[in-house]
Design a protein. Structure first.
Length: 140
């Protein structure tokens, strides 16, 4: 909104010009919202890959992937035994999100370690600079 790309928080015209289907609009808006929220992941569940929402699958995927938000898309659920099909997908999501969280924790720890090392190095440089005589005065 600040950049002037959209006029309202619910506006999706920057990513989807064909706003004729309310269902489609909701999905695109949800993708934009999820991409901006640090504590959400995107989950798309459908029993088929075609229909009036088919053109937006790429749009949604692009929005989510550009943000780095985890994205799960399940479009062919087993019609005969959906509970088994869904169960294995939930287990997959659980496994992925646990690894994703571990990576975030590890990255934050590494960043803290680097910041601490830089602070120690900076203090040593400042301390060293304070002990050295001024070269201009030493030559006088």
């Amino acid at each position: 909104m600040r950049a002037g790309l959209i006029t309202h928080p619910l506006d999706i015209s920057d990513v989807w010009k064909n706003r004729y289907s309310t269902s489609t609009n909701h999905k695109v808006w949800a993708a934009k919202f999820t991409a901006r929220h640090p504590n959400l992941v995107a989950l798309e569940v459908s029993s088929f890959k075609c229909g009036h929402d088919a053109p937006i699958y790429g749009v949604i995927e692009g929005i989510i992937e550009r943000s780095g938000t985890p994205y799960f898309s399940f479009k062919d659920l087993d019609e005969n035994k959906p509970s088994g099909s869904i169960r294995i997908r939930v287990e997959t999501i659980d496994y992925f999100l646990r690894r994703y969280r571990e990576d975030i924790v590890k990255r934050r720890s590494t960043e803290r370690d680097i910041e601490a090392q830089l602070a120690v190095f900076e203090r040593s440089l400042r301390s060293e600079a304070g002990r050295q005589p001024d070269m201009a005065m030493a030559g006088d």
